[in-house]
Design a protein around this ligand. Structure first.
Ligand code: AMP
Length: 195
């Protein structure tokens, strides 16, 4: 199954993607994780992206095309994969459609996790406090100001994907504001109907 998870930062896409990976054995492709790994490794790509990511803006569509095109061809993607935060503009959605059709494959379903933005800010602040209390490092883009910018970027650049996939008849919605288990159960039901 090839699946896209949509939803604003903090909606729980990463958490849910990991649960889907456990259940269905298909990998989670998170461009955010890939870019953070490049930053941590000090690569040229990482250096290029760091300031943009720290501000909460989007890196270029070309950079995403470069990292996603090869990744979906890897062996572990044979049975499908989850695009987690990896499609954030209409240009990227068109690119994914092109890459998949070049491989003779197609996107099965897009799930939007619907959320309440103010509640997400409260969740973020709770998560920052918890991470600090554990003595762990807080992500550079995990602060309220950048988080709000990431929400605005989502509304302006990523939300247009909702009508884009609705028109293709691929969009499903799941309430993202429940507990992790509630969201996971609702998501599983949707995916069971697709598989
Ligand atoms: P995430 O972990 O998915 O929230 O991504 C963290 C940051 O990485 C985002 O705020 C963007 O700066 C960058 N990023 C990740 N994926 C993409 C993408 N598909 N397009 C553009 N920028 C991205």
């Amino acid at each position: 199954m090839i699946l896209i998870l949509l939803g604003p930062p903090g909606a729980g896409k990463g958490t849910q993607a990991k649960l889907i990976t456990e259940k269905r054995g298909i990998p989670q492709l998170s461009t955010g994780d890939m870019l953070r790994a490049s930053i941590a490794a000090g690569t040229e790509l990482g250096l290029k992206c760091k300031a943009i990511m720290d501000r909460g803006d989007l890196v270029s569509d070309e950079i995403i095309e470069g990292i996603i095109t090869d990744r979906v061809k890897a062996d572990d993607c044979k049975n499908g994969f989850i695009l987690d935060g990896a499609v954030r503009t209409v240009v990227q959605a068109e690119m994914i459609d092109r890459v998949l059709s070049g491989l003779g494959r197609k996107l099965d379903v897009v799930v939007e996790l619907t959320v309440n933005e103010e509640e997400l800010v409260q969740r973020l602040n709770a998560r920052i406090a918890e991470t600090k209390a554990q003595g762990k490092e807080v992500r550079a883009d995990d602060n309220e100001e950048t988080f709000r910018n990431r929400q605005a970027v989502y509304r302006e650049q990523t939300a247009p994907l909702i009508p884009y996939y609705e028109k293709q008849g691929k969009l499903q919605r799941v309430d993202g504001m429940g507990t992790i288990e509630e969201v996971s159960d609702a998501l599983s039901k949707v995916l069971d109907e697709v598989a």
